[in-house]
Design a protein. Structure first.
Length: 226
């Protein structure tokens, strides 16, 4: 069964799956929707160009899927450039706890958390770190470490960037980092410092094929009777 289409069609399809499973019949559910796969299936197969990669408990297969994407697509990591090289050192970056931060699989119903560790070798008077998410070559959203530039003392520091659930539409995103000191107009810049694969899923307030852009916010518009 391939569950596609609008909400009503999906509900009918998934309801039929439940009915068949309750009758003791084996149901084959084919989908890229990892959230539904995890919800409905006790065991899952991962196929690559018609060949079986793994057949295991669903949670283990989803983990294998993420690792498999990293191995098959390869790393696009590039180094940093800029006049602050040497004075400011990037130690590590993790995406939702993943230190190998390429092709990280993200269920959009979960939050996105990026942690950046740096070692600063000299005091920077007006510092700010910026993480940008790039989609199809365009920056679609950026987050700063502070609203205004602030002093960064010598030593090790951690910056945490958090994006809410249901914000990103399905697709591949890359991470761009900009670390700059306005006082000296010096900076370091890094393209492709991580990549995120936002998988397709569905929820009542998250419908990728209906009324959604690349970046989405929960309903905040105000309504009043006139």
């Amino acid at each position: 069964v391939l569950a596609v289409g609008d909400k009503k069609f999906q509900d009918r399809s998934l309801g039929k799956l439940d009915d068949m499973g309750a009758q003791g019949r084996t149901v084959l559910f084919v989908s890229h929707n990892l959230s539904m796969v995890n919800q409905l299936c006790s065991r899952t197969m991962l196929l690559e160009q018609g060949e079986l990669v793994t057949f295991d408990d669903t949670i283990e297969t989803i983990k294998t899927y993420g690792e498999h994407r990293k191995n098959t697509r390869g790393s696009k990591e590039k180094g940093f450039t800029g006049p602050l090289l040497g004075a400011l050192e990037v130690l590590s970056m993790t995406i939702n706890g993943d230190t190998e931060n390429y092709d990280v699989v993200l269920d959009p119903l979960n939050e996105l958390r990026v942690e950046l560790d740096v070692n600063n070798h000299k005091t920077l008077k007006e510092f700010r770190a910026t993480l940008s998410l790039v989609y199809k070559g365009e920056v679609v959203v950026s987050q700063h470490s502070s609203h205004l530039a602030e002093m960064l003392e010598k030593g090790k520091h951690r910056f945490v960037f958090e994006f809410p659930s249901k914000m990103l539409s399905p697709g591949d995103y890359s991470c761009r980092l900009m670390l700059d000191d306005d006082a000296t107009n010096q900076w370091i810049w890094g393209e492709h410092q991580g990549s995120i694969d936002v998988v397709e899923t569905w929820a009542q307030d998250y419908q990728p094929k209906k009324y959604m852009g690349v970046i989405n916010f929960l309903p905040t518009a105000k309504h009043e009777r006139l």
